[in-house]
Write a protein that binds this ligand. Structure first.
Ligand code: BEZ
Length: 180
């Protein structure tokens, strides 16, 4: 589905990854929200933030999963913020229009960035242990890949969200760090 950005003054941007905790853009309103039928997965490669082209890190994307719920943070922003966000998320992500549901049972049409399996940086599935090992070994211009994982896990706990995929990778990473 495409959206006419000129027709509306503001938009709801749904963040499920670094957009939950790294908010480097102005917003008008911020509300915890959820989207349905998508799962957060560390299946996207990062050449430009948490890795390099020679050694891509692993960051999250959304995978179509009927019946799943993905919790995150929604921001009401003006259309002009998309220039910055499109640049920030240029490594394989595209905008998708989706319904966002809020805690007070209201909903809105929103926009979410996803990296589909046909993008060049996509890495795809691996076990949570393999993903933790991969993350432990990568870094890029935005910092260590492990900091991205740990910050995301912390931000999800602040939202009272239990994401077993993220938390299992976090457990493996912390075990690796402690030499276990
Ligand atoms: C997000 O936090 O919504 C997000 C994750 C990856 C790329 C772009 C945005």
């Amino acid at each position: 589905m495409s959206i006419q950005f000129d027709d509306q003054a503001t938009f709801w941007l749904f963040g499920y990854g670094s957009l939950i905790y790294k908010v480097d853009f102005p917003w008008l309103e911020r509300r915890p929200g959820r989207i349905f039928n998508w799962s957060r997965r560390f299946w996207q490669g990062s050449h430009d933030h948490r890795g390099t082209p020679d050694k891509p890190g692993r960051v999250v994307t959304l995978i179509k999963t009927p019946g799943a719920v993905c919790e995150g943070m929604a921001y009401r922003i003006t259309a002009q913020e998309f220039a910055h966000l499109d640049h920030r998320e240029k490594n394989g992500y595209v905008r998708l229009v989706t319904d966002v549901y809020f805690q007070d049972a209201t909903q809105a049409t929103g926009v979410v960035y996803i990296a589909a399996p046909d993008n060049r940086a996509y890495l795809g599935p691996a076990t949570e242990q393999e993903i933790a090992r991969h993350i432990a070994d990568c870094a890029g211009p935005s910092g260590e890949n492990s900091d991205y994982l740990l910050q995301l896990a912390h931000a999800l706990r602040e939202l009272n969200e239990v994401d077993e995929h993220v938390f299992t990778i976090e457990r493996h990473l912390l075990a690796l760090r402690s030499g276990a």
